[in-house]
Structures are given as structure tokens and as C-alpha cells.
Design a binder for this molecule. Structure first.
Ligand SMILES: NC(=O)c1ccc[n+]([C@@H]2O[C@H](COP(=O)([O-])OP(=O)(O)OC[C@H]3O[C@@H](n4cnc5c(N)ncnc54)[C@H](O)[C@@H]3O)[C@@H](O)[C@H]2O)c1
Length: 322
């Protein structure tokens, strides 16, 4: 089976490639533009690990460049396409909406359109819990309304869901969208809370605690995410509109300040805290229902937060020679 994964040098992409490369009969074709949104050395490190596998091939391609991407689609007959490449992050989208339009709307369209032209068997793509906006019904279920994104990032991801739905309807392209909920773990993103908090604590710097730590997130461990994606690959949607959307969450929400306490305990050092107001574009709470996902793939995300944080901190210390 030939699997094309975009964003393979990113946090989720890298971990997914690693997982799939353990299987026999899978060849991974990874693409990434290696942009400098965060430390490029971390992306290069992930890539160097992936390149040690003989079943992995890398191409540096920007998905927003249609012609280059088309040449790449022509090279091989891919069975599955998993689109993870995107400009991520809610806060960065406030000042840089055009980056999101380029990668998440134009880039996404290019991958979707080429998946149609080259008759890909199953197109899987990353969406986000941010599409729910500020809901007051928890746990968040896939059928809930999602027409009020609070940030341009969320809007760009909602756009993906809508575009993919229309391709499933018109062209019968089997599409599965995955709404990831705050993914964390080793090789995680330096712009996300776990990495930022851990770094600040080790460097005795102040931790920026937005909304005074009162917002709630459904922290989902990376292994639970990649195990879910792996199982979804074979669960191609069918029917008149072969389209499905799933929450990929742990369904165990925690307050941000409790999350921070857990990190402090793991490291064995108190954080210096800079209490801040709610950040524009952020939602107050995420808590996803995982019933639909569990019913489909018979897998329940299982990592305990304290153990997940411990694994991250161990990785962080090793990676930074602490
Ligand atoms: N990590 C999370 O908590 C989370 C939550 C919800 C959704 N998501 C989504 O999951 C996907 C993966 O997220 P991640 O956390 O691994 O982010 P990431 O930033 O680590 O990975 C994204 C990768 O895509 C690449 N990329 C960006 N724009 C590109 C382009 N135009 N062409 C080619 N490559 C490009 C980047 O260089 C990066 O390596 C994204 O679509 C993100 O929006 C992530």
C-alpha cells in the first residue's frame, strides 16, 4: 500500500509515519515544505529519523504550489492520501491570516483536487476541535453546529470539511475528516502549552497563563492519535456521500492550571506565573465525545494525562541535554 502523507515533518505527521513504517506492506511518501513557523531543527531531526527507514521517501514540496504537487502525484499510484500539512495555531492566525489561506485553503484544495484526479481510494485530512467555537453542550458531538469559528485558523479548517464534503457528494471521493483535540507528547510542537510551560520552568522564566488558567482542554496523547488514524485508514466511508467526520479526543478534559500543576509536579519545580486575560480567538472549553470514533475503530484513547506528561518531559530532557 502506498500512502502519501503531507506535513510529514510536523508533530503528528512524524509520529504517524513512524507508526505506519512499523507495518509491513506500507510505503510512505512524505512531503513537507519545512517552513520556519517553529524551530526548523526539530522538523529536520524528525525527518532524519524517518529517513532511516527504507520504506520512507521524502520530497520537499509546498502543497500550495499546484504544478509541483501534480508532478508528485504523477510519479506514483498512491492508495491513500493523509493531509496533515497546514499552518497550525490559533494565536498566530490573528496576525497572519494569509499564511492560513495559502496552506490551509489553497494547499488543501490542491491536495483534494489531485486526490480526485488521481482516483485516491481514501482521502483523510486533519481538522480541529476549534471548529466547535464556544459551545455550551458537552461533550462535543460531531453533528453539532460548527458554523461560528472564533479564529481564522478554525475558519480555514471548517472550509476543509465543507470542500471535502462536496467532493464526496459530487465525485464520490471517500473522505474522512479528523477533528484533533489538543495533541501532546514527545516531539511535540514548540508553540503549544506543554512545550512552552516545560521550557519556561526549566529556564526559570515566567509561564504565560492565559485566562488565568481557567480554560479547559481535552488533552489527547500522540500515541492515541496515531493509533486512531492508523485504524481509520481501512475504514473508508461509503454510501451516497462517502464522507465521515470524527473527533479524535481523549474525552478527559482538564483545566489549564491543573495541566500546569501536573507539569510542575513531573519536573519537580514550581513555575513563575504571568497571569493573563483570555486570548482573542481562543475557546473556553473543549471536551470531545469519542463515541463515534470508538464505535468505528474499536479503539479507546487511553493515555493518562500524568503519564503522557511524564513521557513528554523525559523526551524534552533528552532532546535538550538537560
Ligand atoms: N497538534 C494539535 O494539537 C492539533 C490539533 C488540531 C488540529 N491539528 C492539525 O493537525 C495537523 C498536524 O498538526 P501538527 O501539530 O503536526 O502541526 P505541525 O506544524 O507540527 O505540522 C504541520 C507540518 O506541515 C508543514 N506544512 C505547513 N504548510 C505547508 C505547506 N504549504 N506545504 C507543505 N507542508 C506544509 C509544516 O512544515 C509542518 O511540518 C494540522 O493540519 C493541524 O492543523 C493539530
Amino acid at each position: 500500500m502506498k500512502v502519501l502523507i503531507t506535513g510529514c515533518c510536523g508533530f503528528i505527521g512524524y509520529n504517524l509515519c513512524l507508526k505506519l513504517l512499523k507495518k509491513k506492506n506500507i510505503r510512505i511518501y512524505g512531503i513537507d515544505n519545512l517552513n520556519s513557523y517553529y524551530d526548523i531543527n526539530l522538523k529536520k531531526k524528525r525527518l532524519s529519523i524517518l529517513k532511516t527507514s527504507k520504506n520512507f521517501t521524502f520530497n520537499k514540496i509546498d502543497i500550495s504550489k499546484y504544478n509541483n504537487l501534480k508532478k508528485f502525484f504523477k510519479k506514483n499510484k498512491y492508495d491513500i492520501v493523509i493531509n496533515l500539512a497546514a499552518q497550525a495555531g490559533v494565536r498566530y492566525s490573528i496576525k497572519n491570516p494569509s499564511n492560513y489561506f495559502e496552506s490551509n485553503v489553497i494547499g488543501f484544495f490542491n491536495v483534494l483536487e489531485l486526490s480526485r484526479i488521481f482516483k485516491i481510494k481514501h482521502f483523510i485530512f486533519a481538522s480541529t476541535s476549534s471548529v466547535y467555537g464556544n459551545s455550551n453542550k458537552f461533550p462535543l458531538k460531531e453533528e453539532q453546529k460548527t458554523e461560528k469559528p472564533l479564529s481564522f485558523y478554525a475558519a480555514s479548517k471548517k472550509t476543509n470539511e465543507i470542500l471535502a464534503y462536496s467532493y464526496s457528494n459530487i465525485y464520490k471521493l471517500p473522505c474522512t475528516g479528523l477533528r484533533f483535540f489538543t495533541v501532546y507528547g514527545p516531539y511535540g510542537r514548540p508553540d503549544m502549552a506543554l512545550y512552552l510551560f516545560t521550557k519556561a520552568i526549566f529556564n526559570s522564566k515566567k509561564v504565560n497563563l492565559f485566562n488565568n488558567g481557567n480554560h479547559v482542554r481535552d488533552y489527547t496523547y500522540i500515541d492515541d492519535v496515531v493509533n486512531s488514524v492508523e485504524k481509520i485508514i481501512t475504514k473508508k466511508p461509503d454510501g451516497a456521500v462517502p464522507y465521515s467526520i470524527y473527533n479524535v479526543a481523549s474525552s478527559r478534559p482538564k483545566k489549564l492550571k491543573e495541566f500546569l500543576k501536573n507539569i510542575e509536579k513531573t519536573i519537580g519545580k514550581r513555575a513563575k506565573i504571568n497571569y493573563l486575560d483570555m486570548q482573542q480567538g481562543d475557546v473556553y472549553k473543549t471536551h470531545g465525545s469519542t463515541n463515534k470514533l470508538i464505535n468505528k475503530i474499536k479503539y479507546r484513547p487511553k493515555m493518562k494525562l500524568s503519564e503522557g506528561i511524564k513521557r513528554f518531559v523525559e523526551w524534552y530532557k533528552k532532546y535538550h541535554n538537560i
